[in-house]
Structure formats: structure tokens, C-alpha cells
Design a protein around this ligand. Structure first.
Ligand code: DGY
Length: 320
């Protein structure tokens, strides 16, 4: 049967609600096995679909766009970060790109706070102790963590998620300071730190919320880790490339940092082996937006962008 409906290529499975909603408007190519697509599968997809719907795990780099012009006119990414998409190469190939901001802010901020608590209170270690039958009852000096109350949280990147983390942290009794873009606000903000260096030197917990760009690659370098307060904690729910993981492992091993909480990795999904052997790092599998509600909202937001594009209106979340 010939169809005039545009074809949407979903690189991975999505929640039932999202797949059903796409199917109402598009001919949908679903990844039934839910295994990551290879580069050559993605290249082929560009030739037979109108909209590619990838996630952060699908590298859409320059090589993908080499054989342009192709059939695809839109990449409707499910996720706010688009560091896996070469935006200039997509633009040169005449392909528009959209993302899904806003809808994942709260769940991602929750995970940052969860990692702070897990790292400060040594919750991962405690869980491993109980599961391995190594726990023999409560004792006043056993398994002591550090309290967050009264400490200073330094936020690097003060966009939607950074601000949502700040609001939660204040409720936990943390003082907040931040560095990042001011969004052009003329209002002086007493929580804005003088500089990144000041923030590193005066925070007990640092939480990363900056995008992955060439400028932020290894933003947290060996030198910057050394500049952090002894006994402090690093949390990363943004992108793994912001942190030099080998230097982080060394800083955790030496005891300069008390602990770290990571949801994202430099070579995701590979984990730097030196980190895996450490007790004082919490390692989560990129769970920031992983709730039924948020993943559904993200998929539906990608769909909205695609519907706007194919009805000739400007998509609300157009990046290029
Ligand atoms: C994003 O939206 O960029 C997240 O990291 C993926 O869930």
C-alpha cells in the first residue's frame, strides 16, 4: 500500500505511549530488538526515513552526513543534550535538529541530589555491605559519612537543571553558589561566585550542569581537582567528557576528594576501570531522566517538534 505519511525512524524502543503517538502520525520504523544501531544502519536510515529520532547513545557525527543529500530533513533528538550530533555537519546536509528541553529538568535535578546524598552518606558502600552479608549490626563509629547540612554547594552551569538543583539543595540546608551564563540578567545575584577558581576552592560539593562542548572538555582537569577543597565531593549528571576520569580516580584514591557521584561517563557506556575499583564513587547508568513520566514526556516533545516541522511550522525546540 502506498502511503503519503512521513516515515519516522526510532533508533530505540520508547514507552508505549510514545510509540503509539508516533504511529498515529507517521509510518514508524521501530527498533524491535532495542540494540544500539550501527553507523551503517543509521546511514541507511537517512535514505529511507523523513525524520530520524535518536537518543544520546546514537553518534550522529560527520561521517553520517557524508552521503547527503538524503531523504531525512529532521533529526528530532529525544534528550536535551545534542553533543552526539554534529550540528554543523547536519546543517550543511540541510537537516534541521531539535531537542527536548524542560521536561527532564526535575527528574535530572532529583538524581543530582540523590548522588550527593549517596556520596556524602556512603550509601552505595552500605548497600554493598548488606548484600554481601558483611554487616553485623549498628555501631556508633561504623560507616560514618558526612552531613550535607550547612555545607556549600558549587554549581557549574546555571541553566534550567542547575537552578532546579539549587532549589532542592537550599531545602536540604546547603548554601548555594554558582558559575555559568547569567542569561543577560542585569540583577546582581548574591549566589554568583566570583570565578570558577573561587567556586572550586570554597565549595564542599561541586555539581556539574554545563553542556559538553570543546570548551568544557575536561573542565574538571587534574589541576582543577587539586584546586577543590580537601574532603569535598564531585557530582556529574551532565556529560562525562566534562571530567578527566583518570585524574578523578586518582583524586578519589588519594583521599583528596571524599567521594564522587557519577551518572555519566567520559567514554560512555565504558567506565574507566580505575573508578570501578573504588568504594568512594557512586556509579549510576545515566538515569537522570529515567522515569516513565519523563521519558514519555521527552518522546512526546520530540513528536511535537516533528509534527510542527512536517506541518510547515517552526519546531519549538529547533537547534539549527
Ligand atoms: C539528555 O537529555 O541529554 C539526557 O542526558 C538523556 O536522557
Amino acid at each position: 500500500m502506498l502511503t503519503t505519511r512521513p516515515v519516522a525512524y526510532l533508533t530505540r524502543r520508547h514507552t508505549e505511549a510514545v510509540e503509539a503517538a508516533f504511529a498515529e502520525h507517521f509510518e514508524v520504523s521501530v527498533n524491535v530488538g532495542d540494540v544500539p544501531r550501527t553507523q551503517s544502519e543509521l546511514v541507511r536510515a537517512l535514505d529511507h526515513c523523513d525524520v530520524l529520532v535518536p537518543i544520546v547513545g546514537d553518534p550522529c557525527d560527520e561521517a553520517l552526513f557524508h552521503h547527503a543529500p538524503c531523504r531525512t530533513t529532521l533529526i528530532a533528538n529525544v534528550g536535551v543534550g545534542v553533543n552526539h550530533i554534529d550540528l554543523s555537519a547536519a546543517a550543511r546536509a540541510g537537516i534541521a535538529v531539535t531537542n527536548t528541553p524542560d521536561v527532564l529538568t526535575d527528574d535530572t535535578a532529583d538524581i543530582a541530589i540523590a548522588l550527593m546524598l549517596m556520596a556524602a552518606r556512603r550509601l552505595g558502600e552500605g548497600e554493598r555491605l548488606v548484600r554481601s552479608n558483611g554487616w553485623h549490626g549498628i555501631a556508633p563509629t561504623h560507616h560514618l559519612g558526612r552531613t550535607l547540612r550547612g555545607r556549600t554547594l558549587g554549581i557549574i552551569g546555571y541553566g534550567r537543571i542547575g537552578r532546579a538543583v539549587a532549589a532542592r539543595a537550599r531545602a536540604f540546608g546547603l548554601r548555594v553558589q554558582w558559575v555559568g551564563r547569567t542569561g543577560g540578567s542585569a540583577m546582581p545575584d548574591r549566589e554568583m561566585a566570583e570565578s570558577l577558581e573561587t567556586l572550586l576552592a570554597t565549595s564542599d560539593v561541586i555539581s556539574l550542569h554545563a553542556p559538553a562542548t570543546p570548551e568544557t572538555h575536561h573542565l574538571i582537569s587534574a589541576a582543577r581537582l587539586a584546586a577543590m577543597k580537601p574532603g569535598s565531593i564531585l557530582v556529574n549528571t551532565a556529560r562525562g567528557t566534562l571530567v578527566d576520569e583518570r585524574a578523578l580516580a586518582e583524586s578519589l584514591r588519594s583521599g583528596h576528594l571524599f567521594a564522587a557521584g557519577l551518572d555519566v561517563y567520559e567514554h560512555e557506556p565504558k567506565i574507566t576501570p580505575a573508578l570501578q575499583g573504588l568504594e568512594n564513587v557512586v556509579l549510576l547508568p545515566h538515569l537522570g531522566s529515567a522515569t516513565v513520566e519523563t521519558r514519555t514526556a521527552m518522546g512526546l516533545r520530540a513528536l511535537e517538534n516533528a509534527l510542527q516541522w512536517f506541518s510547515g511550522r517552526p519546531p519549538q525546540d529547533r537547534m539549527i
